[in-house]
Design a protein around this ligand. Structure first.
Ligand code: AMP
Ligand code: ZN
Length: 465
């Protein structure tokens, strides 16, 4: 099976060829843990979870290694802990726990689902604070090789020391300086130089280093963790599109210069942004919504939403496109799942898991999840439950086929049928047809007839075959 992936580095869709087929390696930038993750943060987590599942399917579960980090040292964390008067450790631990609860509900694989006792771990979730030693070693190496310098208690990466700095972002040095949100500081040699290490005040978390007590810059965290867990070069590096510059550009600069390699990762993948009802999500616009709020409160659309509905809604758009997160989208995903579930609930185990291969084909085309969902719809229509369930596993939508706990239909069939009969009695054919279509969409087949005794119209139903 040919897997093609769009590579930000080359700006083309390329055939994927792992550096080592025996160990396909992927790194994805994870959250900075100081507050509930919002639904935009869920996008890279879900998208790369699908890719992880696909890679495991294509190369074998024991031949794929995935690292998704937790950034647990960052100025935003320090500020939040100070604002709320809480311990940093406590803040990052609680936020990580919340994050885990949220993404588990979204059907995302966790290390404990994947790693087997006595075997090398295939899924790492490194915390930045667990790799400070690796970061210090990498910074020292960069200084040794003339790619970094200490100044004013800081260590900075010397961007002029790398001839193709800016290649990933596709920007020239002038553009980077002009567009840069890079901090201007007197101790920098070049405006685009960035911090590898910075001093910590007595009230800030810090580690001893040859350059004084301090803490790492954000970019060096990912370079050090990916090298420690995946090696100096690896296959796929992912994250949201906003991370391309400066974060990923700087990761590339650090890793390539420290290791003396031509690449850091072969393929750089970036998910598009999520906006809400047509607008950028922001606290000031009041449309900021967390995963937790969607799952557990009625803040969005006046109801809470099951994790599988949120996940399907996310996958209904190709990962590189922007997503407009709307109530309508969630309702569509909800209806789709209700239909699959109702079909799966009554069908005998028929079909063949091999028929899910069309889903593999769709996903292998740069993760075309929309086509994959179309295949699932067709498998549902043909009642190929084995195929449907294999497909659901690839997309992480297992929960979408499991009947809700009550094992009852999650809508009122009899009520809808009565409403349709009432519409027919009033000769409101349009409404009657609409209700019938709604029921068909949910997997219900109607049979109209007459009561043999009274001659009154009656409708019976069964789940569609
Ligand atoms: P952060 O915690 O801000 O570093 O973000 C964690 C991940 O979420 C990164 O990969 C970001 O690119 C991604 N991300 C943040 N906001 C959005 C959004 N609105 N849409 C999609 N991805 C996002
Ligand atoms: Zn990163």
């Amino acid at each position: 099976m040919d897997l093609t992936l769009y590579n930000t580095l080359t700006r083309t869709k390329e055939q994927f060829r792992p550096l080592d087929r025996e160990n396909v390696r992927m790194y994805v930038c994870g959250p900075t843990v100081y507050d509930h993750a919002h639904i935009g943060n869920a996008r890279p987590v879900i998208v790369f979870d699908v890719l992880f599942r696909l890679l495991r399917h294509l190369y074998g579960a024991d031949h794929v290694t995935y690292a998704r980090n937790i950034t647990d040292i960052d100025d935003k964390i320090i500020e939040r802990a100070a604002r709320d008067g809480v311990d940093i450790d406590m803040l990052t631990r609680q936020t990580t726990q919340q994050f885990h609860d949220d993404i588990r509900a979204l059907g995302v694989l966790m290390p404990e689902d994947v790693n087997k006792p006595g075997e090398p771990p295939r899924f790492h979730e490194p915390r930045a604070t667990g790799h400070i030693g690796d970061m210090l070693a990498m910074i020292a190496k960069l200084i040794d090789k003339g790619h970094a310098y200490a100044a004013d208690g800081h260590v900075l990466f010397d961007t002029a020391s790398m001839s193709d700095y800016g290649k990933l972002a596709g920007r020239s040095l002038d553009e980077m300086i002009a567009g840069a949100r890079v901090e201007v500081a007197s101790y920098k040699k070049n405006a685009t130089d960035f911090v590898l290490w910075k001093p910590s005040g007595a009230d800030q978390p810090g580690w001893d280093s040859p350059w004084g007590r301090g803490r790492p810059g954000w970019h060096i965290e990912c370079s050090a963790m990916s090298a420690a867990l995946l090696g100096e070069t690896f296959d796929i590096h992912g994250g949201g599109i906003d991370l391309t510059f400066p974060h990923h550009e700087n990761e590339v600069a650090q890793s390539r210069c420290a290791h003396g390699t031509d690449i850091m990762a072969q393929v750089w993948m970036h998910n598009g942004f999520l906006q809400v009802e047509g607008q950028k999500m922001s606290k000031s616009l009041g449309n900021f919504v967390t995963i937790h709020e969607l799952l557990r409160t009625e803040k969005f659309g006046g109801r809470s939403w099951p994790g599988e509905v949120l996940r399907l809604a996310m996958l209904m758009t190709h990962y590189r496109q922007p997503i407009d997160w709307t109530v309508k989208r969630l309702e569509e995903a909800d209806a789709k799942i209700a239909r699959w579930r109702n079909l799966a609930r009554v069908a005998a185990d028929q079909g063949d898991a091999a028929s899910s291969s069309e889903v593999v084909v769709a996903l292998s085309d740069d993760l075309n999840t929309w086509d994959a969902i179309g295949v699932m719809d067709r498998l549902a229509t043909t009642r190929d439950i084995a195929g449907l369930s294999a497909a659901a596993t690839l997309l992480g939508l297992e929960a979408a086929l499991v009947a809700p706990q009550t094992a009852e239909l999650d809508f009122d069939v009899d009520g809808l049928i009565a409403a349709r009969l009432a519409a027919r009695a009033e000769k409101n054919w349009a409404e009657a047809d609409r209700i019938r279509d709604e029921l068909v969409e949910k997997g219900i087949q109607l049979k109209d007839g007459k009561d043999p005794d009274t001659g009154e119209p009656v409708t019976t139903w069964e789940l569609a075959r």
